[in-house]
Design a protein around this ligand. Structure first.
Ligand code: FMN
Length: 157
């Protein structure tokens, strides 16, 4: 099992780390050759441009031996009611045939938005597990929410 995540502000990263603590699964951060600005107003512009163009930002690192993973827990923030475009780059870079993708999403109120549909379209050969949506960093119930979600997906650890 692999935990792969993209995080701009750290909330998704915190959730990914909690999932990692509970499962012991490998963590992989999806990073960009040309990262988004760390300035909030600028990233709003940059991400909207990428979204409008359906861009595929170049990724900086690669998962080694992706074929060894049967399940990928895929984390991202809700951006413009969908996935950040780096998630699209990631999904197109590997063959997800026969793998299970289990999404987790940090959001500011919009939950998954259209992101689950977007993922299913980009990885049509994958089996989609039950997703977890987390409000910002998840607060005090993060640990129990993650535990319940893993159980729902039949992940034993
Ligand atoms: C560019 C951008 C677009 C966003 N669009 C949405 C949105 O459409 N719906 C929503 O609920 N939250 C939206 N948010 C809020 C993020 O999903 C939220 O802050 C999340 O916790 C960020 O995760 P991160 O810290 O891992 O980057 C947006 C944030 C950014 C920076």
């Amino acid at each position: 099992m692999l935990i792969a995540y993209f995080s701009w502000g750290g909330n998704t990263e915190g959730i990914a780390e909690e999932v990692g603590r509970q499962t012991g699964a490998d963590l992989f951060e999806i990073t960009l050759v040309d990262p988004y600005s760390s300035d909030y107003n600028t990233v709003l512009e940059e991400s909207q441009r990428d979204q409008n163009e359906q861009a595929r930002p170049a990724l900086a690192g690669q998962v080694e031996n992706m074929e060894q993973y049967a399940t990928v827990l895929l984390g991202y923030p809700n951006w413009w009611a969908s996935i950040p475009m780096p998630i699209a780059s990631f999904l197109e870079e590997y063959d997800f045939g026969g793998k299970t993708i289990i999404p987790f999403c940090s959001h500011g109120g919009g939950r998954f938005g259209q992101s689950l549909t977007a993922i299913a379209k980009l990885a049509p050969d994958a089996v989609m597990g039950e997703g977890l949506s987390v409000h910002y960093a998840g607060g005090t119930t993060l640990s129990s929410d993650v535990r319940a979600w893993l159980e729902t997906n039949g992940i034993e650890y």
